[in-house]
Design a protein around this ligand. Structure first.
Ligand SMILES: Cc1cc2nc3c(=O)[nH]c(=O)nc-3n(C[C@H](O)[C@H](O)[C@H](O)COP(=O)(O)OP(=O)(O)OC[C@H]3O[C@@H](n4cnc5c(N)ncnc54)[C@H](O)[C@@H]3O)c2cc1C
Length: 344
């Protein structure tokens, strides 16, 4: 029997596993993919996220984990086609998420958390004082028991959907292409375009170097997947005309669905009884898709509630996470004030 089973080895799940294992709790961290796993992401680790990692004993993000350019100076936000950008300064690290997240998970494993990758959470049933969790490993089905279950299983969280079946989730589609080529935009910034021709929310361009050399990453999103091609094509053409994008070879493309978190009125979900939700599974998401610092903060908040003990687990966690919720809402409201065309 475990004290806590955590589903999802992203930043939220890995940090929580590390903190609880350090406090001598028996922890199982399950991840459906083979680790290190790819995650669709711009891979920008904000100064907020890095501050939490330092405080929680990870130290600095090692340079060897970063891809070139190793440091990002901030974001350039272009409110409309042809307009000059707002220059937001925010020193960040530039990583591939597979390396970064695996570093976090390894730290959890080093202090005693059991990590099971290629193991998918299927469902759970609640007994008197325990939760029975059904898992699917590469060898077949496996049942495990815990006192507490934590969903750190991303925005599409099946644990959240089981706990809140009536929740009306508004889904969005996200799409990105990785190109070899050249572009005249400064690679030390994340470039965010708010023009409605390019995306329903925001379109992104950033540059990273990987095993196959330089990657120019072009991203857009929309409410409906079938509208993505027209947004994406308009954005790529604009990058060609206005910013000298010369695509030589399309290396890779990927898509995902994500709940529409970009909203000051989004209702976070923190769990029920002895089942907690953290990170994106709770809906915690910062402006312009900065999701790693809220994931880490909510893991700290959940860890503090679990370690405090007592029968008011959810109440304690909900209280702990309020300052984060307030700062996220303020961020979304501030963004809307600054860029009124951001969201309809
Ligand atoms: C295109 C894009 C770009 C982004 N860029 C940035 C950025 O530059 N900086 C930033 O801070 N944030 C960025 N984000 C947001 C960020 O990626 C997320 O907010 C962050 O990863 C959330 O962390 P998490 O730990 O909550 O969940 P995740 O990192 O999503 O981890 C959840 C894990 O749970 C696993 N899982 C899911 N279901 C199951 C199951 N049933 N059984 C077992 N395992 C399961 C998944 O495989 C995954 O590994 C971006 C998001 C997108 C879509």
């Amino acid at each position: 029997m475990y004290d806590v089973i955590i589903v999802g080895a992203g930043p939220a799940g890995s940090l929580l596993a590390k903190k609880l294992a350090e406090a001598d709790l028996k922890i199982l961290l399950v991840e459906q993919k083979k680790l290190p796993r790819h995650k669709m992401c711009s891979g920008v680790i904000s100064s907020f996220a890095r501050r939490i990692l330092r405080k929680e004993g990870f130290g600095e993000v090692p340079d060897i984990l970063c891809c070139h350019p190793k440091r990002i100076k901030g974001a350039h936000v272009y409110p409309k086609k042809g307009q000059p950008p707002y220059k937001l300064r925010e020193k960040s690290c530039n990583v591939w998420r597979s390396d970064f997240d695996f570093w976090l998970t390894t730290k959890a494993s080093e202090v005693g958390a059991e990590v099971l990758d290629q193991t998918r959470f299927i469902d759970f049933s609640e007994k008197k004082d325990t939760i029975e969790v059904n898992l699917k490993t590469i060898f077949g089905e496996q049942k495990e028991q815990a006192k507490i279950l934590v969903g750190a299983d991303s925005g599409t969280s099946s644990i959240r959907r089981t706990l809140f079946p009536a929740e009306k989730i508004v889904w969005t589609s996200v799409y990105q292409e990785y190109w070899r080529g050249e572009i005249d935009l400064d690679p030390q910034y994340l470039h965010t375009f708010l023009d409605r021709e390019f995306s329903e929310f925001f379109a992104l361009m950033n540059v990273k170097y990987g095993t196959k050399g330089k990657y120019i990453i072009i991203n857009t999103n929309a409410m409906k997947g079938n509208t993505i091609p027209s947004y994406y094509n308009a954005f790529q053409e604009y990058l060609e005309e206005a910013h000298g994008f010369r695509g030589e070879k399309l290396l890779f493309k990927e898509a995902c669905t994500s709940p529409k978190f970009f909203d000051a009125s989004y209702e976070y979900k923190f769990g029920k009884r002895n089942i907690l939700l953290i990170g994106e599974a709770a809906g915690l998401f910062n402006v312009f898709a900065e999701g790693i610092s809220p994931a880490l903060t909510s893991a700290v908040n959940a860890s503090d509630a679990i370690l405090k003990g007592g029968d008011q687990l959810l109440k304690q966690y909900t209280e702990n996470v309020q300052p984060l919720c307030r700062s996220l809402k303020l961020g979304w409201e501030g963004l809307l004030e600054m860029f009124p065309n951001f969201i309809t």
